[in-house]
Design a binder for this molecule. Structure first.
Ligand code: C5P
Length: 234
């Protein structure tokens, strides 16, 4: 029943709270995102536990440093067995290429399946008014997506509003992961460049990352199932 296009963000501080949500969602959700709040708090335990439950994992630690440091960090994370890892495209072409090359070499050497490596383009919380770049946000996102593709990455994280442009520019095989998902009528919170689950899929997203609309719902399983039903119709 689980549709792997839905990735639920486990933005919890406590391991117990995370386990409760995963248990409550049961077989309706198979893919989870572990981000900095959970990882900085409980470390690798969260990833190990999710793997013991046969769940897929997007380890969203958004690495951003000089090329050698990011590549080394990713190779350490690779050993945890997550399915997707990520870096900030703002780290530049050389950083992304060094990271992608090293991850490919190290996973081949270790005889394990290479985790997908994707790049954060422009955070979905940033509005045009507060944007500091010279290009328009959508132009910057497409520029970062092309850079990530040329550097050998598997895809990007972007707003669902930019998914269509990225798909047109980077082709069918390029992964597009979209946070900033808000089912009709739900709270926007600190997000800004948002869309509904159906619109994100229609625009070409492969994966939707959803946090608070499920986590903060009175009935998280019902909220997840509603999103799953909405994307199944596309
Ligand atoms: O609660 P909400 O649905 O807004 O959660 C979105 C999740 O996606 C958060 O964990 C956030 O860190 C993550 N994310 C994002 N925008 C990005 C990259 C990741 O919102 N560009």
């Amino acid at each position: 029943m689980a549709d792997e296009r839905l990735i639920v963000a486990l933005d919890f501080h406590k391991f117990g709270d995370m386990k409760n949500l995963v248990s409550e969602l049961g077989d309706s959700v198979n893919f989870y995102k572990v981000g900095m709040e959970l990882f900085y708090s409980v470390g690798t335990v969260a990833v190990d536990w999710l793997k013991s439950q046969n769940k897929k994992i997007f380890l969203d630690l958004k690495l951003h440093d000089i090329p050698n440091t990011v590549a080394g960090g990713l190779c350490s994370l690779m050993n945890l067995g997550a399915d997707i890892l990520n870096v900030h495209a703002a780290g530049g072409f050389t950083m992304m290429k060094t990271a992608a090359d090293r991850l490919r070499e190290e996973s081949a050497r270790a005889g394990i399946v290479k985790p997908k490596l994707i790049a954060i383009t422009v955070l979905t919380s940033i509005k045009q008014e507060e944007w500091y770049g010279a290009l328009k946000i959508s132009e910057q996102v497409v520029h970062f997506a092309k850079l990530a593709k040329d550097a050998g990455l598997d895809g990007v994280v972007a707003s669902p509003q930019e998914a269509k442009l990225i798909r047109e520019t980077c082709g069918e095989d390029f992964l597009i992961v979209t946070p900033g998902i808000r089912p009709a009528g739900s709270d926007i919170n600190d997000q800004s460049r948002i869309s509904t689950p159906a619109a994100a899929i229609r625009n070409g997203a492969n994966y939707l990352v959803v946090g608070r609309p499920i986590r903060a719902a009175e009935n998280p399983r019902e909220a997840a199932e509603k999103i799953l039903a909405e994307i199944k119709e596309i």
